[in-house]
Design a protein around this ligand. Structure first.
Ligand code: ZN
Length: 205
């Protein structure tokens, strides 16, 4: 199996008067995260982890902070770009693990909802997404939210339709062998293709 790993880290300062967006959710809190976009520290860290896994640069190289197009942008846009880069490189996500570091609000009561949202955005199952949170003990960083993320990706093998196609071809061969063996034992006819097959490919799938 051809796997690669990527790491991402991000931080944003808390700021009054803006909504708090983390993991694609809007959380009830007196302050949000300052940023050119919506400041979603979790999605930014995951975006960088995915880009890093296929050595495709980082979020800043695709979305320069000064670009007015990304003012207050939904960070799901950045995540989508990372997914496109991943697919372009021929990889898909195995799993994503993250750790948020912030004094408040408490993440554990909403971690399940957040995992569901992030899994939806990434097009993977919830058990492929982990979201953990810690308070910044001893860091004197209560006014900042940070996030660390790692992503494991694997090379996409042949497309699924090719796989099922070759499976059908294999079972056709086996069936032909069985039919020929039966004909030989019952009628004593030599092993060769006789008439039309007694099955069609529709029945084999
Ligand atoms: Zn950011």
């Amino acid at each position: 199996m051809d796997t690669r790993i990527g790491f991402g880290w991000d931080s944003h300062a808390f700021k009054k008067g803006v909504p708090l967006r983390i993991g694609g959710l809007t959380l009830q809190h007196p302050e949000g995260l300052a940023g050119h976009s919506d400041g979603d520290v979790l999605l930014h860290a995951i975006t960088d982890a995915l880009l890093g896994a296929v050595a495709a640069g980082d979020i800043g190289s695709f979305f320069p902070p000064g670009d007015p197009r990304w003012k207050d942008a939904d960070s799901a846009i950045f995540l989508n770009l990372a997914l496109e880069e991943l697919q372009h490189a021929g990889y898909r996500i195995v799993n994503v693990d993250t750790t948020l570091v912030l004094a408040a609000p408490k993440i554990s009561p909403i971690a399940g909802e957040m995992r569901t949202r992030v899994a939806d955005l990434l097009g993977i199952d919830i058990d492929q997404v982990s979201i953990k949170a810690k308070t910044p003990e001893g860091l004197n960083a209560d006014t900042v939210a940070q996030c660390h993320a790692v992503a494991m990706v694997e090379r996409v093998q042949e497309p699924e339709d090719l796989k099922s196609m070759s499976a059908v071809i294999e079972s056709q061969r086996q069936l032909e062998d069985v039919v020929e063996d039966l004909l030989t034992s019952v009628h004593g006819v030599p092993k060769k293709r006789v008439g039309t097959p007694v099955y069609d490919t529709e029945d084999i799938t």
